[in-house]
Ligand binder design. Structure first.
Ligand code: GLU
Length: 317
């Protein structure tokens, strides 16, 4: 029986062209929602200014539509800054957000062990250091402080949850990330804060996204708790990787949707190839996205990352 209450989301970042890795994750997210009779929210995550590329947002939307995706609501994060600012002031009033004047190299220098991934451990250098944002801003002008979240002491910092695909996952956030950043400047918002505020505001009941974000989830859950927001279900699915086992990138050949499209490849072939990688059909079959709704199941998706041998090898004419 269809559930009218399921709300899922597609959350592209306009940092480059949509490629097969993004499409596979979005395909799983979209089919999961539609097979449960749910709604789909499309949210453009365009807050990462140094990495965002002009025009990549419209191009991603065009590629998604061409592939057969649709959605019920559409949002753009850069137009929602008031909501993020309001969340920061609520956290600040509760003593849970503080200004930090450390630069990235200060934080890098404070690492006690080499750190994998992008998130650095922050040892709390500026915790309790400044009485107000203005005082911190004055101390490092013309540089601008960032906002950090005061992670809880003791057991409250240990977060465990049951991921629908990846299983039980736990992390002690204060020891893994420390007081993670909320915003790069006074009013902006970083990824963690924006995702938490938006998932709640948009009524998202389940987050289906790439497995690279599994380890970012405990911090999001802590922030939900601090803001009194519900925690959605999580379903982290394996990434698409190149032959070297690394996340799909340019060096693995051209796997951009727009490149296939320009070469005259039908969207059904791309969707069919990715559907085969999820165990829903045989290799070489063509399928439209919506025709896969009855075939969708998480059960046949391999737990190992899907390895693409050569992006340009696919769909030879
Ligand atoms: N915008 C993020 C990305 O493209 C996904 C964020 C999320 O799903 O929470 O990697």
């Amino acid at each position: 029986m269809a559930s009218a209450t399921y709300v899922g989301r597609l959350a592209p970042s306009p940092t480059g062209a949509l490629h097969l890795g993004n499409v596979r994750t979005f395909m799983i997210a979209w089919l999961r929602a539609r097979s449960l009779g749910g709604r789909v929210v499309m949210r453009m995550e365009d807050l990462d200014h140094p990495r965002d590329k002009a025009g990549a947002d419209a191009a991603a939307v065009a590629d998604l539509r061409w592939l057969g995706f649709d959605w019920d609501e559409e949002y753009v994060q850069s137009k929602r800054k008031d909501l993020y600012r309001e969340a920061i002031s609520r956290l600040e009033s509760a003593g849970l957000a503080y200004p930090c004047v450390c630069s990235r190299s200060d934080v890098e220098a404070a690492q006690s062990a080499p750190h994998e991934g992008e998130q650095l451990f922050y040892p709390g250098t500026c915790r309790g250091r400044f009485g107000s944002w203005e005082a911190a801003a004055k101390a490092i002008a013309p540089r601008v402080p960032c906002w950090r979240f005061r992670t809880p002491e003791g057991a409250a910092g240990d977060v465990e949850f049951d991921d629908i695909f990846a299983g039980r996952f736990g992390q002690c956030v204060p020891r893994t990330l420390g007081d993670f950043p909320l915003a790069r400047d006074e009013g902006g918002a970083g990824y963690t804060l924006a995702v938490v505020v938006d998932d709640a505001a948009m009524g998202v009941t389940e987050v289906v996204r790439g497995g690279d974000l599994l380890a970012a989830t405990p911090a999001q859950i802590l922030l939900q708790r601090a803001l009194g927001l519900p925690t959605p279900n999580y379903c982290h699915v394996p990434l698409v990787v190149g032959p070297d086992g690394r996340r799909l990138a340019k060096r693995h050949g051209d796997t951009r949707v727009c490149a296939y499209r320009e070469r005259g490849v039908a969207p059904e072939r791309i969707i069919g190839m990715l559907a085969a990688s999820c165990g829903w059909c045989a290799e070489g079959e063509s399928h439209s996205l919506s025709s896969l709704i009855p075939r969708f199941t998480l059960a046949t998706i391999p737990h190992a990352p899907f390895t693409i041998l050569s992006g340009s090898r696919f769909f030879a004419p």
